[in-house]
Design a protein around this ligand. Structure first.
Ligand code: UP5
Ligand code: MG
Length: 190
């Protein structure tokens, strides 16, 4: 990976802020491959791998899985895709994730898309999602919010201090949010 010229955009935001929804739109317009760290971890729990049960337990508690596991899955998915432009959704979630990814892959993200959304709105969205996600119950949702505030916000602040944060008001309807997203990607193409 380090030999290839790889472009990475981290897509961050609280649980239910719309990361997955907007990434699907970005893929259609800007030629990126979408890699959701959470989706990769969920696939790993279904694969029956030795770490599957541990990952599942951590996700049901809203805890952040050790970086080595997440990074291994992300690296594999990047290599398998054959693409060189990636949206990495829902990662890095804490300082340790961030530093480990940089150290292991030597990749510096182009910028960070940050979906800023009020917690009441995220809660409403998650409770009505209905896609069978085991962590979409009110107890786990509260734990996910807590982990976001306690661990993930510091990563957002880190990139803000480096001038790499592109903050989006994500509390609006999907197509209005995408208008703001498009403006960010169009601006960086020039
Ligand atoms: N929706 C979306 N946008 C909307 C809008 N503008 N207006 C109205 N409704 C909107 O959207 C959520 C729901 O809202 C959907 O029904 C959608 O239609 C609607 P979605 O796009 O799915 O939001 P997203 O931000 O992707 O929410 P998600 O629940 O996936 O976020 P999380 O960050 O909680 O979940 P993730 O899968 O990233 O992680 C899950 C767990 O995995 C973590 O809690 C953690 O335990 C573990 N994990 C790690 O340990 N390490 C990692 O690196 C990544 C994950
Ligand atoms: Mg998601």
């Amino acid at each position: 990976l380090s030999e290839k010229k790889v472009q990475v955009v981290f897509v961050l935001g609280g649980p239910g802020s719309g990361k997955g929804t907007q990434c699907a739109n970005i893929v259609q317009h800007f030629g990126y491959t979408h890699l959701s760290a959470g989706d990769l971890l969920r696939a790993e729990t279904r694969s029956g791998s030795e770490n599957g049960a541990m990952i599942q337990n951590m996700m049901n508690e809203g805890k952040i899985v050790p970086s080595e596991m997440t990074i291994k899955l992300l690296e594999r998915a990047m290599l398998e895709s054959g693409n060189d432009k990636f949206l990495i959704d829902g990662f890095p979630r804490n300082e340790e994730n961030r530093a480990a990814f940089e150290r292991v892959t030597q990749i510096e993200p182009e910028f960070i898309l940050f979906f800023d959304c009020p917690e009441e709105e995220m809660e409403r969205r998650l409770l009505s999602r209905n896609q069978g996600r085991e962590d979409d119950n009110i107890e786990t949702i509260r734990k996910r919010f807590k982990a976001f505030v306690e661990s993930s916000i510091s990563v957002v602040e880190y990139y803000n201090s480096k001038g790499k944060l592109r903050k989006i008001d994500a509390g609006k309807p999907v197509d209005e949010v995408f208008e703001s997203v498009k403006a960010v990607f169009s601006a960086t193409k020039e």
